[in-house]
Design a protein around this ligand. Structure first.
Ligand code: ADP
Ligand code: MG
Length: 698
C-alpha cells in the first residue's frame, strides 16, 4: 500500500463504499489520512452507570435491555427510548425525539457506547440522557474493541452509511499497513517551530497518544493538528507566492508615466485626489511601469473613490497607445460606469464605449468593430465583453470591478484578449485579511483607507415593521426638503422574482396611497434594460424622488442627492451587503440616513444591527460578517475561489495562517537551499495544485 493507492484497493472498501467516499472527495489513501476527526471523545474514563452524576458529560458503555418507539410513529415524530444496564445494578434511559429512524438500529442486546450529558429525570426518579452520541460496539472483535474504547477516540463525520467507526477501522488499517510517510516540509522550517514530523502528526491526528489533552484536541490545537493545519496553509501560501513570482517574471507592458501624461490626468480630475487615492495611484503606476503584468487588487470602502483611481490608470494606458477594458457585474453598474468614465475621459477626447448583452445587435457589432480597429480606447461592459468575438487592437489594461462576483476564470478570459495586459481588480466589499491572503493571495493589494473630504457619517437606525409609518413621515420630510430616497427589498436565494413582487407591491402602495404627490420609481432585475436605464436616469436627474428597488442597486449606484436608504427585511441581508447598500447614501454634503426595518429580532439579529449602527468601517463590518456567517456565505457564491481546505479553517486558524504565510514567503523568496525549493515546487505541483486551483505554479 502506498499513499497514492486508490481507496478501492484498500481492504474493507468495496465499490459501494468507494463511491460514497469519492463523493466526499476521498479517492486515495492520502485523502483518507487527511480526513480529520471533527471531535474527540475521552473513552479512557468510561463510567459505570452506578458512578454517574447528573450534570456531567460522560461516556457509558452498556447493553440495551429494551428499546421502543412511542408516539406518532408513522410521521416519525415519536420518541425513541432505550433502557441500558451495565451490570452495576443501575439503569440509564436514553431518549431521542423524532427517533423513528433508530427502530432497527438500536435493538435489545446491543452493546453500545453512549456519550452525552447525564440528567436526572425527577418524574421517574432515575438518570437519563437526551440525544446522546452513540456507537454500536456489539460486532467488535476483542482487538477491534481496543480501537473504539479505552482511549481518546476520534469522531469522524459520517459519509452515507460509512459511520464514524467504519472510518476508524479503515484508517487504523491503513496506518498499520503503510510505510512511514516522508516529511515534505524541510526540517529547517519545522525544527525552530517545534512541529512534529508528518508521520507522527498523521498518526496522532487519528489516534492521539495516551495522556493527550482532550481540550487541546477539541480546539484543534494539539501539536499534531497544529502541524497539519500549518502544513496545509504553508503549501497554499507557497503556491500563491510562486504564482505571484512567476507572474512577475512574465513579459508585460512597461507603461510610461511622464509629465505630459500627468498633465492629461490633471485635466481630467474633477477634484483634488485624497491622500489615499494618490498613494494608491502611485502603487498602480509603479506596477504599470514594470515590464511585467500588474496583478493588483484595489480595495476601498464604498464611496472611497476607487473609480477615480481606475480612471487615472486608464489614462496612463491610453496615453501609451493601449486600450482599456472594464468588466462590471451588472448592466446597471456597467451603464453607470460607462457614463462616469465617459464624463471624465470624454474631456480628453477618447472614445469610451459600452458593451452589454442587451444592446441591439447592430450597436454591438459596431462597437466590436471600433474595438478591433483600436478606435474605441476604452470599453465598459458586462459578461458580453468576454465573448469570443470581442477583439481588441491592443488591450493594455483590464479592470475588473466587484471581483468577488467573478471567478478567476473570467479574469483570465479578459486577460487573454490582450498580450499580457495589466490587471486591476476592484472590490468595494472589504475583504478580511485572512480571506484576502487565501482567496486573493496571488494579487498585490492596495487599500484606499480614506473617504473624500466633506462626507458626514451616515446615521443608522433600526425600526421594527409595525412602526413603518414613522419611516414614511420621515421620508416625506426629506423629500419636501429636496432630498431623494431608496427603499430596498432583499433578493432571497437568488430568486429575484419574490423580491420583485414585494417591491412592486410596495411601489403601488407608496405611489398610490402613501405618497400620491411624489414621483416614486421602481427598479428590479427583471425590467428590460432600456427601462432600467430610464428609471435610473430619472432618479439621477432628480425627477424621481423615491426609488423602490431590489438589490440590483447594491453595487456602484452614485446619486449624491439621495440621503435616505430604507432597507426592508434587513435581517435577511448579510452585514457586508447592508454596509454596501448603506454606502449608496452619504455621497453628497447633506446629512444622510440609513433605516433598517426588521421583524422581531433574536439576540444574534440584534447583535448584527448593533454592529452596523456602531460602525461605518467596512473592514470591521466585513470581519464581523465573516465571523457570523462563515466564508462561503460571506462571498455568497459557490465559485468564490475559496480554496478547499481539509483541516485548516481560516476563521479558527488565522494565527496559523499568518505564521505559515511568513514562513512560506521566506522559503520561496529567500531560499536557503535552491534544491529544497525545487523539491517543494514539485511537491506542490503533484499534491496541491489541482486542489487549490493554483494554475501553473513555479
Ligand atoms: P467607489 O467606487 O470607491 O465606491 P466612487 O469612485 O464611486 O467610489 O466615488 C464616490 C463618490 O465620491 C463619487 O461621487 C466621486 O465622484 C466622489 N469622489 C471620488 N474621489 C473624490 C475626491 N478626491 N474628492 C471628492 N469627491 C470624490
Ligand atoms: Mg465604485
Amino acid at each position: 500500500m502506498e499513499i497514492s493507492t486508490p481507496l478501492t484497493y484498500v481492504k474493507g472498501v468495496g465499490p459501494a463504499r468507494a463511491k460514497v467516499l469519492a463523493e466526499k472527495g476521498l479517492a486515495t489513501v492520502e485523502d483518507l489520512l487527511a480526513y480529520a476527526p471533527f471531535r474527540y471523545e475521552d473513552r479512557t474514563n468510561v463510567k459505570r452507570i452506578a458512578e454517574l452524576a447528573p450534570g456531567e458529560v460522560a461516556t457509558v458503555i452498556a447493553e440495551v435491555q429494551s428499546a421502543r418507539l412511542s408516539g406518532f410513529q408513522r410521521r416519525n415524530l415519536g420518541m425513541f427510548e432505550a433502557r441500558f444496564t451495565d451490570g452495576s445494578g443501575h439503569q440509564l434511559t436514553a431518549k431521542w425525539f423524532h427517533g423513528g429512524y433508530l427502530q432497527n438500529v438500536i435493538v435489545a442486546g446491543d452493546r453500545i457506547a453512549l456519550y452525552g450529558k447525564i440528567e436526572f429525570d425527577s418524574y421517574r426518579g432515575e438518570l437519563q440522557v437526551l440525544h446522546p452520541e452513540f456507537e454500536i460496539l456489539s460486532e467488535d472483535s476483542e482487538q477491534d474493541a481496543s480501537l473504539h474504547t479505552g482511549r481518546i477516540v476520534p469522531i469522524y463525520e459520517a459519509a452515507g452509511k460509512i459511520t464514524t467507526r467504519i472510518f476508524r477501522n479503515l484508517i487504523a488499517f491503513v496506518l498499520d499497513n503503510l510505510p512511514p510517510l516522508d516529511d515534505p516540509i524541510p526540517p529547517a522550517i519545522l525544527a525552530p517551530l517545534k512541529l512534529p514530523g508528518r508521520w507522527t502528526a498523521v498518526r496522532s491526528l487519528h489516534f492521539p497518544a495516551e495522556g493527550s489533552d482532550l481540550r487541546l484536541l477539541n480546539a484543534f490545537r494539539s501539536p499534531a493538528q497544529y502541524r497539519l493545519i500549518f502544513e496545509e496553509f504553508f503549501w497554499l501560501e507557497c503556491g500563491l507566492a510562486l504564482k505571484r513570482n512567476r507572474a512577475r517574471l512574465e513579459p508585460g507592458i512597461a507603461f510610461e508615466l511622464n509629465d505630459r501624461i500627468r498633465e492629461r490626468i490633471k485635466q481630467m480630475l474633477p477634484f483634488k485626489p485624497t491622500g489615499a487615492q494618490k498613494r494608491v495611484l502611485g502603487e498602480i503606476a509603479r506596477d504599470m511601469a514594470q515590464p511585467h503584468p500588474m496583478n493588483r487588487l484595489l480595495q476601498g470602502d464604498v464611496g472611497s473613490g476607487k473609480t477615480l483611481v481606475a480612471a487615472e490608470a486608464a489614462i496612463i494606458a491610453i496615453e501609451n497607445g493601449y486600450q482599456v477594458a472594464v468588466l462590471a457585474p451588472t448592466e446597471i453598474l456597467a451603464t453607470q460606469h460607462h457614463a462616469y468614465f465617459k464624463s471624465l475621459l470624454g474631456k480628453l477626447d477618447y472614445v469610451v464605449a459600452p458593451l452589454t448583452g442587451s444592446q441591439p445587435a447592430r450597436e454591438k457589432a459596431q462597437i466590436k468593430k471600433l474595438l478591433a480597429a483600436g478606435l474605441a480606447r476604452m470599453v465598459i461592459g458586462t459578461h458580453a465583453l468576454l465573448e469570443q468575438d470581442v477583439e481588441f487592437h491592443r488591450l493594455g489594461l483590464a479592470i475588473v470591478d466587484e471581483q468577488h462576483r467573478f471567478g478567476v476564470i473570467q479574469r483570465l478570459k479578459l486577460m487573454k484578449k490582450g498580450v499580457h495586459p495589466d490587471v486591476l481588480v476592484m472590490t468595494a466589499t472589504p475583504i478580511p485579511r485572512t480571506l484576502a491572503l487565501t482567496v486573493y493571495g496571488d494579487l498585490d493589494t492596495s487599500v484606499i483607507d480614506e473617504l473624500p473630504p466633506g462626507r458626514r457619517p451616515i446615521r443608522t437606525s433600526h425600526v421594527t415593521e409595525d412602526r413603518i409609518e414613522q419611516v414614511y413621515s420621515f421620508l416625506k420630510r426629506q423629500v419636501e426638503a429636496g432630498r431623494q430616497a431608496y427603499i430596498v427589498y432583499p433578493v432571497i436565494e437568488e430568486s429575484e422574482t419574490q423580491a420583485m413582487k414585494a417591491a412592486q407591491k410596495m411601489h403601488q402602495h407608496l405611489s398610490g396611497i402613501v405618497f400620491p404627490d411624489v414621483a416614486v420609481g421602481l427598479l428590479h432585475g427583471k425590467l428590460p434594460s432600456d427601462e432600467k436605464d430610464r428609471v435610473m436616469e430619472s432618479f439621477k436627474n432628480g425627477e424621481t424622488k423615491i426609488l423602490v428597488a431590489t438589490t440590483v442597486i447594491e453595487v456602484g449606484v452614485d446619486v449624491p442627492n439621495a440621503t435616505v436608504m430604507v432597507i426592508e427585511q434587513a435581517e435577511r441581508f448579510g452585514l457586508a451587503q447592508l454596509h454596501q447598500l448603506r454606502g449608496r447614501v452619504g455621497r453628497g454634503g447633506e446629512q444622510s440616513y440609513c433605516i433598517l426595518v426588521t421583524g422581531k429580532l433574536n439576540e444574534a439579529g440584534q447583535e448584527r444591527i448593533r454592529t452596523l449602527k456602531e460602525s461605518s468601517d467596512g473592514f470591521y463590518i466585513a470581519e464581523m460578517d465573516l465571523k457570523l456567517r462563515g466564508p462561503g456565505e460571506f462571498f455568497g457564491t459557490k465559485q468564490s475561489g475559496l480554496p478547499a481546505l481539509r483541516i485548516g479553517n481560516i476563521l479558527r486558524d488565522r494565527d496559523v495562517l499568518e505564521l505559515a504565510r511568513n514562513e512560506a514567503l521566506a522559503f520561496v523568496n529567500t531560499p536557503k537551499d535552491p534544491e529544497e525549493l525545487r523539491r517543494a515546487v514539485d511537491y506542490i505541483r503533484n499534491h496541491w495544485q489541482r486542489r487549490y486551483g493554483l494554475v501553473q505554479v513555479g
